[in-house]
Design a protein around this ligand. Structure first.
Ligand code: TYD
Length: 212
């Protein structure tokens, strides 16, 4: 595909706080006249949002969970992400395939190989240009989750699950360090936003230089 816009994703264990920062990032991009589509996974399309309901609430076999994540992702990638990027829009997506490596591959201990096969099938040739990994001590993540919401099927998992999930995220960073920005998500919101703004402005400047 000929990609013109940038594909940006946010990742991290539940409770890392990434969702708080998405409106801020959208605003920074808009302030710099970057057309941006904000979306999320699982979800991002009517079918994907229906699958999300099932995925977050309904007990199911691990392979089923993994296939439904990628079913939702296929709709999302083909009908929203690729068309937006081709039009020159930037896509800011709350989770993508790194989450499958982390949660299904790591947390649920499926391993990376099966995920890699599905990744190749569903979006060979498309990777996020940049990914922010919101990194947080797991005890703090758990406290934030318990204070702010009714827990879904993933959030109810035990600490061992999240240790494996977080480790799988670190493995992803290790395999492709150029793609990741690390965010110390235990810091306060203004400090994190300052970092995000600096990184976004740098991306915008580089992108403009490459497109003029
Ligand atoms: P999340 O993005 O944290 O949404 P919210 O902030 O509304 O809780 O929730 C999505 C959940 O789905 C999260 O627990 C991780 C899980 N997930 C996977 O297990 N695999 C995937 O491939 C994706 C995209 C998400």
């Amino acid at each position: 595909m000929t990609q013109q816009g940038l594909f940006l994703t946010l990742e991290g264990v539940d409770g890392a706080g990434k969702s708080t920062h998405i409106p801020f990032m959208k605003q920074v991009l808009q302030d710099h006249n970057i057309p941006v589509v904000v979306t999320r996974e699982p979800g991002g399309t009517p079918l994907g949002e229906s699958l999300r309901e099932l995925l977050l609430q309904q007990p199911m076999r691990l392979k089923t969970e993994c296939l439904l994540m990628f079913a939702a992702r296929n709709e999302h990638t083909q009908t929203r992400i690729i068309p937006a990027l081709k039009k020159g829009q930037w896509v800011l997506c709350d989770r993508y395939t790194d989450a499958s490596y982390a949660y299904q591959g790591g947390g649920r201990a499926l391993g990376a190989e099966q995920i890699r096969v599905l990744e190749q099938w569903v979006h060979a040739g498309l990777q996020p240009n940049r990914t922010w990994l919101f990194d947080v001590p797991l005890e703090l993540a758990r406290q934030r989750m318990l204070n702010t919401r009714v827990l879904d099927r993933f959030e109810k998992e035990d600490v061992e699950f999240f240790i494996r999930t977080q480790q799988a995220y670190y493995d992803r960073v290790h395999q492709d360090p150029q793609r990741f920005y690390m965010v110390d998500a235990s810091k306060d919101i203004p400090t994190i936003q300052k970092q995000l703004k600096t990184e976004l402005i740098e991306l915008i400047e580089n992108w403009r230089n490459a497109h003029t």
